[in-house]
Design a protein around this ligand. Structure first.
Ligand code: HEC
Ligand code: HEC
Length: 307
């Protein structure tokens, strides 16, 4: 309960709550302490319903009164122990967050031996274990699916991790490095340097590399421009360079799209895909090393199945 904008409301609510409980107590007491004197008959109250239903002022049954006082005692004990009175956290200092964290810790402790066993094994061995893949998949759904999709097949700008085609490499070490430090693909904007016509020519040359329908004259004019401006990162034959994260332009896999318009946009405006490192993806969760290990194995396993 820390969402009051002003300390006054916390006190106001606390006082009101306690006053109503105490007030109810006093009221109840004042209305129920009168006992019938020996020999006194209960008074007939004024009203009678349905012919014979009479209202007498007998004392309330003890069990009922007891119950009523019980609820009041319960309320006071509850408010003393748990949050409920304004900002007062309660003597037990219970919080939803605390309970959640305790549960997470218990779960992590339970997983610890399982994790420890997998930590002894290398990535291909872990990737071959269905149990490890199941844990990896859960971790992936929690930490990665918002960008790469729940089936890891990616989307425009977010690479497909199941296709065996890699920007940065698909061996265990490369995947682990990608997850650990993150990646940032830097494709510089070249629209100004190339001009509109130059951009179009290079685009058609790029389209020719993967066998797309293209204009042969434009592609021919683009070839030397590619060698001059692009080959340093995408290699002279256009097959890309994993050290730079520069995609292979000769295959059918496109990160941003292989249409003329998409390629022109990639070249003219540049691209800058950012893969966050584990500091961001896994945050400060416990067993971080083990999770990294299992995620690496899971990602590794994805492309192994399709190879
Ligand atoms: C905020 C979005 C985002 C999240 C979250 C994210 N990624 Fe990525 N990931 C990307 C982007 C974007 C790239 C491509 C970077 C580039 O264009 O250079 C990428 C690249 C990768 C690559 C490299 C693919 C290749 O072809 O080399 C791997 C592997 C990967 N991510 C795995 C993961 C895993 C595992 C997680 C969860 C721990 C994760 N990613 C979480 C956005 C994300
Ligand atoms: C400094 C290195 C560098 C240079 C120079 C460079 N690129 Fe790139 N290019 C990249 C990187 C890295 C990416 C991936 C960007 C990302 O991951 O967000 C990329 C992406 C692309 C894409 C998108 C591919 C896809 O799968 O969607 C195209 C097309 C492309 N480059 C063409 C070119 C052309 C044509 C040139 C020359 C005019 C060029 N690049 C120059 C590094 C470079």
């Amino acid at each position: 309960m820390s969402d009051f904008t002003h300390g006054f409301w916390s006190i106001f609510i606390s006082v009101l709550t306690v006053l109503s409980i105490v007030g109810t107590w006093i009221f109840l007491k004042s209305q129920t302490t009168r006992k019938l004197a020996p020999g006194e008959k209960p008074e007939l109250m004024e009203h009678t319903w349905d012919g014979d239903l009479r209202d007498l002022n007998n004392p309330l049954p003890r069990w009922w009164l007891g119950l009523f006082y019980g609820t009041l005692v319960f309320a006071l004990v509850y408010l003393a122990l748990w949050p409920g009175l304004g900002n007062f956290p309660g003597l037990l200092k219970w919080t939803q967050l605390g309970e959640y964290e305790a549960e997470v810790q218990a779960a992590e402790a339970k997983f610890q031996p399982v994790y420890a066993a997998f930590m002894q094994q290398d990535i291909p061995t872990v990737a071959a274990s269905p149990d490890a893949r199941a844990i990896g998949r859960n971790l992936f759904l929690t930490y990665c699916s918002q960008c790469h999709g729940s089936n890891a097949e990616g989307a425009t700008g977010y690479p497909n991790l199941t296709d065996g085609d890699w920007l940065y490499g698909g061996d265990p070490d490369a995947i682990r490095a990608t997850l650990t430090d993150g990646r940032s693909g830097i494709m510089p904007a070249m629209g100004e340097a190339l001009g509109a016509q130059g951009t179009k020519e290079v685009t058609h040359y790029v389209m020719s590399l993967s066998g797309r329908t293209h204009d042969a004259a434009l592609a021919d004019a683009g070839r030397p421009k590619f060698a001059e401006n692009c080959a340093a990162c995408h290699m002279p034959d256009g097959t890309g360079m994993q050290a730079m994260g520069a995609p292979n332009l000769t295959d059918k896999v496109w990160l941003y799209g292989g249409s003329e318009g998409a390629i022109i946009e990639s070249i003219a405006k540049g691209r800058n895909g950012v893969m966050p490192g584990i500091a961001q993806t896994l945050g400060t969760t416990s067993n971080k090393e083990a999770k990294l290990h299992l995620l690496t194995a899971y990602v590794y396993s994805l492309s192994q199945q399709t190879k």
